[in-house]
Design a protein around this ligand. Structure first.
Ligand SMILES: Cc1cc2nc3c(=O)[nH]c(=O)nc-3n(C[C@H](O)[C@H](O)[C@H](O)COP(=O)(O)O)c2cc1C
Length: 168
């Protein structure tokens, strides 16, 4: 798939087959995450790969939707604030920005391999912290199921570029 096709074809998948994700595909998805750029190359993130079958009950507490646990894997990303670059002018910490870029790399690579994902941010961070046994400073940013889609691509609804872009 060329890049233009890839960004068109990726969509939020909310129904999954139970088919396993091949180890080689999971390896490629994680390798893409690793190659993502981060501020000052600090790589202030950790990725957690859940075997859904083993953790179904906890994952359902985290995000109570049936489709969230249909895929064989769920992946989560955590931002490690104390490892991140901060901007000296205003002390802005870029851990969450970095983790977001990493997750987007992972998601696009998954789509290129025919795998479905859906960004999930509507989880309770305290439940995520307990589940992953995280220190308070580590911030769970997003989760996604990873598996083969059982739903269909939908037409993308987006604002017009004229509303989103200003040429100055
Ligand atoms: C940061 C972020 C958080 C999101 N959180 C959720 C979520 O908690 N649950 C959900 O069903 N979709 C979630 N989504 C998916 C969006 O609803 C979806 O990306 C958007 O509607 C555009 O649709 P598309 O991904 O199919 O192009 C999230 C997307 C992003 C980027």
């Amino acid at each position: 798939m060329d890049f233009r096709e890839l960004v068109q074809e990726r969509y939020s998948v909310r129904a999954f087959k139970a088919d396993p994700v091949e180890q080689e595909k999971l390896d490629l998805v994680l390798a893409a995450a690793r190659l993502a750029p981060t501020a000052a190359n600090r790589q202030p993130f950790r990725i957690f790969v859940f075997d859904t079958k083993k953790h179904r009950a906890e994952l359902q507490r985290l995000y109570p939707r049936d489709w969230f646990v249909q895929a064989p894997l769920v992946i989560g990303i955590v931002a490690v604030r104390e490892e991140a670059w901060t901007r000296r002018y205003d002390d802005e910490n870029y851990a969450v920005v970095d983790a977001t870029i990493v997750f987007d790399h992972l998601i696009l690579q998954a789509a290129d391999l025919g795998l479905g994902t859906c960004w999930i941010a509507a989880f309770d961070p305290e439940i995520a912290r307990q589940l992953l046994n995280l220190p308070q400073t580590w911030q769970p940013v997003a989760f996604t199921p990873l598996g083969y889609p059982a739903d269909d691509w939908r037409e993308k609804k987006r604002r017009d570029l004229t509303e989103l872009v200003t040429f100055v």
